[in-house]
Structures are given as structure tokens and as C-alpha cells.
Write a protein of this length. Structure first.
Length: 226
């Protein structure tokens, strides 16, 4: 059973593309913290809402384990870990609560520029490097394609040049990384953006009220922005 706490704890990326926008958005909701930016834990001053600064990949697991109540994370990471849990037969542990309107990117199949792209059937028997093996496996299954998934935790885009894979499945934002590696995007598996993620099951202590208030403030902000 989940621990009872009276302070809400939100996990955000420590550094990277989502770090500053996540912090700014929470500040715009009226939250402020006592610690400086380089600390891993920021104690909430204006409200009992604390921040934990972590690697984005760790955020879904921190919510699943009840270490954090909420997290700002890419839908790509949340969806990957949700699919991985399902493939292991584990119950759903988190869900996206709100799209946050930043960190937009796409998870895409990208092939060497010289390929004449015909469609997913062309991937049969090929090796695909990715940091998103669960999403890729589900997509390949859906397309009825039998290909080999090569899991890499980073620098996926250089795998074709190294000869460790024939093509890749990775996030594309500006497209600069693909272009620099003579790769071209051909299929979209997921449209992603930063989301506020929460537990699959509602909280039932003081944190529930804090979470509802934070969501109301977030929704108020997005109405103003529209
Ligand atoms: C992602 C992705 C690509 C890059 C694409 O990595 O893995 O490397 O962004 O962006 P672009 O289309 O604008 O070039 P990111 O730098 O976010 O983090 P990583 O360290 O997890 O690869
Ligand atoms: Zn990451
Ligand atoms: Mg990268």
C-alpha cells in the first residue's frame, strides 16, 4: 500500500530539454522552492509541493514506486515504460494527466538517405537501433513485420554508420540529428510532448487535494494561453 504523506512530490528532469520549461510552468502555477537550481531536492515554500530533480527516464518508475506523486516527462518515455510493463504482465502504474504544450517531438523510423522507401514491409529481417524497444516491438507487430530490435541507451543515430544496425527508431525534433547522420525519417510511431503524469489510481490523503488544486491552476493557465 502507498505511503501516506501530506506533501506532494513532483519529479522533473534535472537537465535537458524539459528541465527549464517544466520548472517555469510549475512556478507559473504559484509554486516556489527554497533550494537553488543545482540541488536534487527543492523544498516547496508557497505550498507543500516539493520537487525532485532526476533523469527523465527515471520519472515513470518513481511514480510507479510511489516515491513521487507527479512527474513532468515526455509522453514517449511514459508510453515506452507503460508498454514495457504490459509486456511483462505488470499492472498499469501511471497515466498522462495533461499535455503541457512543450517538448514536442516524434518517435520515427529513419533509414539511410539512399534508401528508396516503399513502406514498413521493407524492414523485414533488418536490424533497428532504438531506445524505445517496447513501442517499436508493438508497432512492428501491428505492421506484421519481423525485424530485429537492437536496444541502445543513447547515440542511436550513429548505429547505421557503425554497422551495428541498418536503420534507427528515435525521437525527431528539428531533424538536425538525422540530417547530420545521413538518415531520413519515413514513418511516425508516436507524436509526443511533455505531459504531467500521475499514478494510475487516485491518491486518498492530503495529496489528493493538492493535486486537484495544481491541475485547476494548470488548466487555468492553458485557458489564458489559448
Ligand atoms: C533526441 C534524439 C535525437 C535528438 C533529435 O535526443 O535522441 O538525438 O533529440 O533532435 P533533433 O531532431 O532536433 O536533432 P536528446 O538530445 O533529446 O536526448 P538524448 O541524450 O536522450 O539522446
Ligand atoms: Zn532520456
Ligand atoms: Mg539524442
Amino acid at each position: 500500500s502507498a505511503p501516506t504523506r501530506d506533501r506532494l512530490r513532483i519529479a522533473i528532469q534535472k537537465s535537458g530539454r524539459l528541465a527549464d520549461p517544466a520548472r517555469s510552468l510549475l512556478a507559473a502555477c504559484g509554486l516556489s522552492w527554497r533550494q537553488s537550481r543545482d540541488k536534487l531536492f527543492c523544498f516547496g515554500e508557497s505550498l507543500p509541493v516539493d520537487l525532485l530533480l532526476v533523469r527523465d527516464d527515471d520519472i515513470p518508475g518513481l511514480i510507479a514506486d510511489g516515491v513521487c506523486d507527479l512527474g513532468v516527462v515526455g509522453l514517449n518515455e511514459l508510453d515506452e515504460q507503460a508498454k514495457a510493463r504490459r509486456q511483462l504482465g505488470l499492472a498499469d502504474a501511471y497515466q498522462p494527466l495533461r499535455g503541457l504544450g512543450f517538448g514536442q517531438c516524434r518517435l520515427m523510423i529513419a533509414v539511410p538517405e539512399e534508401w528508396d522507401w516503399q513502406g514498413p514491409a521493407q524492414l523485414a529481417g533488418r536490424r533497428i537501433a532504438t531506445s524505445y524497444p517496447a513501442i517499436l516491438a508493438a508497432w512492428l507487430k501491428d505492421k506484421g513485420v519481423d525485424a530485429q530490435v537492437v536496444e541502445l541507451s543513447g547515440s542511436v543515430e550513429i548505429a547505421p554508420k557503425l554497422g551495428t544496425a541498418d536503420l534507427i527508431c528515435d525521437l525527431v525534433s528539428s531533424g538536425a540529428t538525422l540530417a547530420a547522420n545521413q538518415l531520413k525519417p519515413v514513418e511516425t510511431l508516436l507524436d509526443s510532448e511533455a505531459v504531467l503524469a500521475g499514478p494510475a489510481h487516485a491518491l486518498d490523503d492530503a495529496r489528493a487535494g493538492l493535486m486537484a488544486m495544481l491541475l485547476r491552476r494548470l488548466d487555468g493557465l492553458s485557458r489564458v494561453q489559448d
